[in-house]
Design a protein around this ligand. Sequence first.
Ligand code: ADP
Ligand code: MG
Length: 672
Amino acid sequence: GEIDFNEDAKFAEHMQLKGEAVSDFAKSKTLLQQRQYLSIYSQRDELMQVIRENQVIVIVGETGSGKTTQLTQYLYEDGYATNGIVGCTQPRRVAAMSVAKRVSEEMETDLCDKVGYAIRFENVTGPNTKIKYMTDGVLLRETLKDSDLVKYSVIVMDEAHERSLNTDKFSNFFGGAPLFEIKGRTFDVKVSYSKSPCEDYVEGAVKQAMSIHITCPPGDILIFMTGQEEIEATCFALQERMDQHVSTVKKGVPKLLILPIYSQLPADLQAKIFQKAEGGAQKCVVATNIAETSLTVDGILYVIDSGYSKMKVFNPRMGMDALQVFPVSQAAAKQRAGRAGRTGPGICYRLYTESAFENEMLPSPVPEIQRTNLGNVVLLLKSLKIEDMLDFDFMDPPPQDNILSSMYQLWVLGALDDVGSLTERGRKMVEFPLDPPLAKMLLIGGELGCLNEVLIIVSMLSVANVFFRPKDRAEESDAAREKFFVPESDHLTLLNVYQQWKANQYRVDWCNDHYLHVKILRKAREVRSQLLDILKTLKIPLTTCGLDWDVVRKAICSSYFHNAAILKGIGEYVNCRNGMPCYLPQNSALYGLGYSPDYAVYHELILTTKEYMQCATAVEPQWLAEMGLMFFSVKDSDSLMLDHQKKQKDEKTAMEEEMENLREEQAEMEKI
Ligand code: ADP
Ligand code: MG
């Protein structure tokens, strides 16, 4: 909707915001004083007593009251870490890293010394580590090696209300546990709705932020967007608008410091959001939902809420995950607004109408376990010898369709046998902190003698996009990217990038010249070495196929049956199994072939304006037939029969019946 600048100014005046009083808080107080100011501090003694008297307790408190950063330190100070580690799980990697850093500062120790963190592919802990922040996925993996988790004396499961996929397993821990409530202090937040639906919330947010900056009393701004691309677009547009404004008004325009935060942002840039802007400048943080609960930035007086967030959603009918933008829930919208009332009364601008809030948003978010692919979870539970998947005591049971479809996918990958037990291959797949298809790709790479090549591809797929594409140099960077293209495959293109980086001694200037993110490439190298360690423990030798990359494509093909597609028109495909349309994105290496290959497999489907195949590889129909007999058969020498769809459906139904029978049997058993 249209924004009335004057109205904003009047509104802000009416609220009598006390921006300055707050903004210097972090600067003027020592870390110890800041710790003592938190609301959890005044209840420290009672809290620690309840902890001493109970095995399990549930702690509830406002965001920012000090739960995440203080509780671990209290436990440490009270001697809980003398015979073990105080562990604290986080649903998000950024939070684990950032909180560990903050706590190490508060405790005046180096990160990796007394305080450390562990996230997938990154272990920053040492022999002295007494407080360890980690993602819940990391802790779950540790239970595979040591089911009693003996090295921990206490475990804090943070953000347990979020019911992330990995914490749902611990649900029975909560039964009957006492509840401790931290009384917090929060200030009023006035909510302002858009008068009409906002067509472009990036533009809406930029306008709103400019309006606040120009007309409202000082105070920092927090904008909620859905992901990296939007955040970058918002920051870019906002900076542009600021520059224009400065050049027209000239004198006396206060500065605006624009800071993005999202999970793939390098750690040093992430840390910037907590810093005070120089010379009294106003700060504008543009964030994903990471800033909703996990990270608290003090001094925020204005929140701008797009009303959307990105979620990975699994569609069991199609058997695939897709990253999609959804409206947030009412609970999430309230939480977002609350971020403006931490240090004084604030304002939240919702870029949607009141009627959308009331009528179109769900009261609370759908727990992750009910909406994502359970492949990894099923594999882990199976290896923990939990066989009765359908009757497992989940806190929020996932839809049966999702469990069945995940089991089906694992069966297709050869990780489960016909009766749903873990196979030898499945047992090996569990060892890798990877999604099942990628774990399988490694194993097949080993079998086909091209492990070195597949290992690099899997590592590159496990990190963020290595191609750097600044908006103002889009053409140059696209041209640089094209030089790496291997026309049959985006996967091989990634391999090519890595091999060339290596041939150029992993040089930074080489990366810069070729529009590649050196930090992300280094991360891939690190991931590679960790996966190599696991391969060594499994005694799988590192073989190479040299430059015969056809066999690498075959290994790629072997793990993506669920993502095989057949050509319909130039750049237009349909998924072989379910007929779902999928398109080759403009930046795919496959366009370099000069024709669209008849068959392709892809890494994942991204839904934006269309369904795009992210990272695709041309494959031979014979490979699909050879390696996936259950779906595909070859009629003539090279034409693939499409009756595999029916066949696949029959087999899936058979599998489902099998599962249903198992379930009934179990129900019978329980009655007895
Ligand atoms: P809770 O877990 O209850 O939401 P936290 O322990 O995360 O609360 O936050 C307590 C305080 O510590 C907040 O005021 C927050 O701003 C501050 N804080 C947390 N992490 C950082 C950081 N990396 N840098 C500066 N301040 C931080
Ligand atoms: Mg917290």
